[in-house]
Design a protein around this ligand. Structure first.
Ligand code: NAD
Length: 346
């Protein structure tokens, strides 16, 4: 298949690009190379004849039309977005622009291409979203595909809006769409502003390891390579117009994650003191959702997909990857906002 992947220089998009090329697909990667992008993430496929990169903004409809007519994709996987909740608190405007208006332009460019091509049978538009659209859970319960939307942060509200647009394009215009809502991802190539890389890098630097609030927030952690595999499964086999929730079946409190990383570092790169001595509780994120948890029954039962790694296995691989790839993360540390606490201005 010919895949048009947006956001393929980011964390999850690059994992999808690498897996798609390895599976024999051809890929056009459309990315505006924002602060969160890194072309090194796709260095291993750069030389492939099946890979093309286009530096374009999803808000630029003219360029999107050219990309569609030049590359004639069979499948669109739309991952480009502003993705960091803390940044959305400080500056929501870009989140609305890119996540809402960018998705609108993607839908219109895809629809125009699909209609002009005679509505080819196999064409699909797969929109990648988050479980944060469902709001927060208490100590029990899980999100299903029918849980009502209840987004709380500018980030999750912008993603919820984009999901609604995608559904509307299916209902109104018949555009063949798929939507996935996934839980928190982690793994290699995650930009060093998200919890797991921040903890690893602060620990290695001998700096305080910040834990928001009491560290009791629960997330359902999904290893990025498992997620990319799930996305390609849904893209190929999912039922049109349908939503699939993708979870890691690995719930943990933030403090448990931080302690596990400290223990792994104690084994792999022992220091004078245990790394957990650097743990420092800081003011909580405004509106911090307590718990997210995904009911994975639909993707498991309909498509036979389940995550391959436990949280401990995934954390072990991730910590080792950051230890082995210091050059990658050092090159990103001078980017705007990195290493600084964001999202406390509410
Ligand atoms: P990321 O921030 O690592 O990467 C986003 C990519 O999109 C970057 O390469 C960036 O340059 C590109 N981009 C941003 N604005 C753009 C624009 N206007 N035009 C073109 N490209 C643009 O994000 P990620 O963590 O890889 O997330 C990918 C997708 O998955 C997002 O849609 C996000 O909402 C969703 N998601 C992420 C997680 C997670 O845990 N990371 C969880 C659920 C859903």
């Amino acid at each position: 298949m010919k895949l048009l992947i947006t956001g393929g220089a980011g964390f999850i998009g690059s994992a999808v690009v690498r897996q798609a090329i390895a599976a024999g697909h051809s890929v056009v990667n459309v990315d505006a190379l924002t602060y969160a992008a890194c072309l090194d993430n796709v260095a291993e496929v750069e030389a492939s004849d099946s890979y093309h990169f286009v530096n374009a903004d999803i808000r630029d409809r003219t360029t999107l039309d050219e990309v569609f007519s030049d590359h004639k994709p069979d499948l669109v996987m739309h991952l480009a977005a502003e993705s960091h909740v803390d940044r959305s608190i400080d500056g929501p405007a870009t989140f609305i622009d890119t996540n809402v208006m960018g998705t609108f332009h993607m839908l219109e460019a895809a629809r125009t291409y699909w209609v002009n091509a005679g509505k080819p049978e196999g064409f699909r538009f797969h929109h990648i979203s988050t479980d944060e659209v469902y709001g927060a859970l208490g100590d029990t319960g899980q999100f299903t595909e029918t849980t009502p939307y209840d987004p709380r942060s500018p980030y999750s509200a912008s993603k919820a809006s984009s999901d609604h647009l995608v559904r509307a394009w299916y209902e109104t215009y018949g555009l063949p769409v798929l939507i996935t809502n996934c839980s928190n991802n982690y793994g290699p190539y995650q930009f060093p502003e998200k919890l797991i890389p921040v903890v690893i890098l602060k620990a290695l630097a001998g700096e305080p390891i910040p834990v928001y609030g009491e560290g009791k927030n629960v997330r359902d952690w999904l290893y990025v390579e498992d997620h990319a595999d799930a996305l390609l499964t849904v893209a190929k086999q999912g039922k049109l117009g349908r939503t699939y929730n993708i979870g890691g079946e690995n719930e943990a409190q933030n403090i448990e994650i931080v302690q596990s990383i400290c223990s792994l570092l104690d084994q792999k790169r022992p220091g004078e003191k245990p790394y957990k001595d650097q743990i420092t509780y800081v003011t909580d994120r405004p509106g911090h959702d307590l718990r997210y948890s995904i009911d994975p029954s639909r993707i498991r039962e309909e498509l036979g997909w389940k995550p391959s790694l436990t949280l401990q296995q995934g954390l072990n691989l991730t910590v080792q990857w950051y230890l082995d790839n210091e050059q990658w993360w050092r090159s990103l540390q001078n980017r705007e906002g990195v290493g600084r606490r964001l999202g406390v201005k509410a």
